[in-house]
Design a binder for this molecule. Structure first.
Ligand SMILES: Nc1ncnc2c1ncn2[C@@H]1O[C@H](COP(=O)(O)OP(=O)(O)OP(=O)(O)O)[C@@H](O)[C@H]1O
Ligand SMILES: [Mg+2]
Length: 240
């Protein structure tokens, strides 16, 4: 049965979608069966990041509303993808979304849900299907506070098991006190650390090609480390 993990942030642009894809690929490289579910209704992007934008015909809205089968809606690949609907439909409901994911759990080890920014309906719909959550913040005060607020909204829905990824981490500004350090991010969000991903231009470059960054790029190494920690291995928390 898959572990279903919500990737959330509160503030936009912290790197949720990049982390979803990077972590998904790292888990797949460990022979885990992975499904990525794009929950950003109207602003989907995982298809682009996976280089599969031209291949999307159906989305999870079609599956939820019985307009297609799971086999029609899921794009197979190194990680499988369920694309987000292009627009919100009032008949989407949290219970139906959770039931849809439950039906898919037997086929996967991990289902990663890429949440939209914000703490509104979109986040709570995605949260309904999750067993646990991973907050993605950048090491600055605004993102950290929004991650804390989003976690609070999730806890109110009963989703209490969360871990934290600090994205776009840079050692030098942290040493100079211009960005929050790891302890400050943990203390301010109240979420235990899963790992840190350094700022790595390969992440943006690869969003253009839809290919994975080189396996030795700083971000890929960080995603691998995080994936191993998620699977229960003892690995140092942060990148060197
Ligand atoms: N570790 C990184 N190093 C460099 N650039 C990064 C890194 N992580 C993400 N980015 C870049 O930051 C931008 C935002 O990333 P992404 O789309 O993953 O954020 P998001 O949280 O999903 O955004 P949204 O809230 O809009 O869904 C993208 O241009 C992406 O390429
Ligand atoms: Mg996103």
């Amino acid at each position: 049965m898959a572990q279903t993990i919500l990737i959330f942030s509160g503030k936009g642009g912290t790197g949720k979608s990049s982390v979803t894809v990077g972590l998904g690929r790292a888990l797949a490289a460990m022979d885990k069966r992975v499904l990525l579910v794009d929950c950003d209704i109207g602003l989907r992007c995982l298809d682009l990041l996976l280089g599969a934008a031209q291949d999307v015909v159906f989305d999870w809205g079609d599956l939820l509303l019985d307009r297609c089968s799971a086999a029609d809606a899921i794009l197979p690949g190194e990680v499988d993808l369920l694309a987000a609907p292009r627009r919100y439909d009032p008949s989407f409901d949290a219970a139906g979304f959770a039931a849809m994911l439950q039906m898919l759990q037997a086929n996967y080890d991990y289902i990663l849900l890429d949440a939209p920014a914000g703490i509104g309906t979109g986040l709570l719909l995605a949260a309904a299907g999750a067993d646990s959550a991973v907050g993605v913040t950048t090491p600055d005060a605004v993102c950290v506070r929004s991650c804390c607020a989003a976690y609070s909204a999730l806890r109110a829905q009963g989703l209490t098991d969360a871990r934290l990824i600090i994205n776009l981490f840079e050692v030098r500004p942290v040493l100079h006190g211009r960005l929050l350090n790891v302890d400050q991010c943990i203390d301010e969000t109240g979420i235990r650390l899963l790992g840190a991903v350094p700022r790595d231009p390969a992440v943006s470059f690869c969003s253009v090609t839809g290919k994975a960054p080189d396996e030795f790029s700083p971000a890929s190494l960080a995603y691998e480390r995080i994936a191993r920690r998620l699977c229960g291995e003892k690995v140092p928390l942060v990148c060197d």
